[in-house]
Unconditional design. Sequence first.
Lengths: 539, 248
Amino acid sequence: MTEPYAVPVPRGYRVGAWEVREPIATGAFGSVYEARRTEDAGDPGGGEGAEGTTATRELPGTAALKFLPTGTGTPRQLTHLHELIEREVELLRRLSRPRLIRMYDTLTVDDPERPALDGATVLVLEKAERSLSALLAASPRPAAGPALLAQICEGLAQLHRAGWVHGDLKPANVLLMKDGSARLADFNMAAELEGTHAYTPAFSTPDYTPPELLWSEIGERGRRIRPSADVWAFGVLAHLVLTASFPLPGGTPTARRDAAAAYARGTDELRLSPELPDAWRQILQDCLTRTHADRITTETLLRRVEAAAGTGRSPRPLRLARRTAVLSAVTATVAVAALGYGVSLWSDTGGKADAGAAGKGGGKVSAASSAQNVTSAGYGATELRTDKGIPVKYRKLIVDSAHNCAQPEVTPALIAAMLKAESNFDPDLSDPANGEYGIARWTPTILRWWVRSDGVPAEETPRPPLTPELSIPAVSRYLCGIEPLLKSHLPGDRRVLLAASYRTSYKKVNAANGAPPKARAYAARVAHYLKEYTPPGKK
Amino acid sequence: MYSIIVVPPPTTEAEPARTRRQLAPGERLTFGRSERDNDLIVPHDGVSRRAGAISAQGAFWTLSNLCAHQTYVVENPEGAGEHIKVGPGRLDAPVPFEFSRIVLPAAGDLLAIDVWAPRHDYLRAEGDLDGDTTAPAFSVDRSKRYFAVLAALCEPRLRGAPHAPLPTVDQVVDRLRPNWPAASRTSVQWNIDYLAVKLRLKPGPQSAEPGARLNGKKESLVSLALRFDLVREDDLSVLTAVAPRRPR
């Protein structure tokens, strides 16, 4: 290895209870060393003491120490580094899952003698044998490939269930343990979901970046990312593991990036390697879709990957995430979920790529609407009463839109109550005096910011009439987006406050410490219908 | 997902109608006088009916000269006279500049089509060429004027006043004039607008209000640049270094 180490640490260097041994690897941000636990732990002498956060409990004999140059004297004192490290530490502190690498401790080097190391953050991590990228370099198309993929997918599912997105899944970030099992590592880009998406720093590995994030817009909080970005990365990684080649053609990452862009624009088709077994081909095609909305969910992916790999089903958490639980209550889960997504895609008023996709998928739309007719009368009955006059034709839209948001406050009953209070479910409402249109009384210039499911504002302001297919998912996205912005200890039912924020703004609700006077009558109506539409026994 | 932006030549009667065209890799834009066969109509009698075509190829673009007898010149406006010539009938000539101006000779007039390639990549100090490395999504050319503008905007905060007010456009002009004598309000503002394109700044809701727009854009640029270390304290040397600027 000729690469210079991001953080050089001499052999035999002591940090807390650990003595540094061989270097393992270096990345763009930090370096990893093997370390041995010494018996005389906690010796503060020699100017090489360290402040730790946990006592030496159940520590193994060897560990991997990840040094991250956070000190003030380090030559590359970087603002963004702190943020990246905080993400990793935050995730590992809060999540301990079987398929995620384990963190035992975090330490800070206190060694003024060595300015390059002083102040460095050290993560004490479970020691792995090697990375998946090292395995692939030594033996392409490993025989254990399918089983490893099942484990990687399981790790991804564990992460997504806990509400996090990895953001940088690639072979170098998959570690293989001594027993041959795989664990996910490197959570510098990981982010906790806020509603349907998370914000990650604007870093990525081009070969594993989904097309919608290539050259995507970046706000001050970073770039918006969804779990579906990890699903795309998994598709690329699986293709590499099974066929020793990338799914998109090209000899360089830049050429493959351009191929991904051409594929996403619909000017080129996906040509997966003929080496792929049929079962995997189907799975990879559903991971590597042109748009994020067409990609399969992580839970479905896990089920299919485990079936294709022939491994047993991994243990599922007893209480599934709300969204998954509801979906499995509906018959023909997979089909309905996929079709539901189809509908939300057509409602996008997007760029040319969307228009092209819509033309191609014409058959899908009609299939979706017929499926809707069959299931809609009792659709989502556990969360939305069927006997209170909510028009049947909007049930699926309301229920699915609410489920696309992970905030527990955004429920089908809330959206239905708001539609009732806004327009009495009138899809043709037109109020030019106040500039509000459609079933949700959207103001078109505001709707523009919420109309696209990928979080990007539409290129043009939507023009009335505003269809329910456009209006209702946008209501859910809006509520989902502003939920974290409402102050956390406001008095009253948070769902009603969300509705009041929709009518006015979250700033006004925060300022008024509740529904502003102007919106009180509206809030009372929403509260009334919310109670009426919620099935007994539900909150 | 566009990689190339084409700014049509100004037309005397409708100056604000210089609508930018965005091209994604693989897309092609033809230009010329004829209203039927062209994506971009250049209404000048001295221009061929089918004058040429611009094709986006990844992060760069190519120019086809469809004219039978005239040579087109593609200038790099920041390149101190750097230019390439594309002779009559030459197809798909690659253009390496981030900023380019295609100069069309048209019966005594010179018409300029500006083409920007904001996705050009530049090596970062700590970067390497391995595609497997996690890389930041931005890449700026430290020798370009937009970088000097960005540095001037970030300067007060980099000099240790984290909440310092941002310099006004006029202050930026004054700050840059020693190294860039031709700096003006318009050219600085142009560079700020270009930076917003280059850094793919998400247009904020405030862009609907014309008054707040400019300030919001500068704020967003500075906060993004500082957050991702696009400009560091040692980069402020671009503001003091004596011309000529060091080539890279």
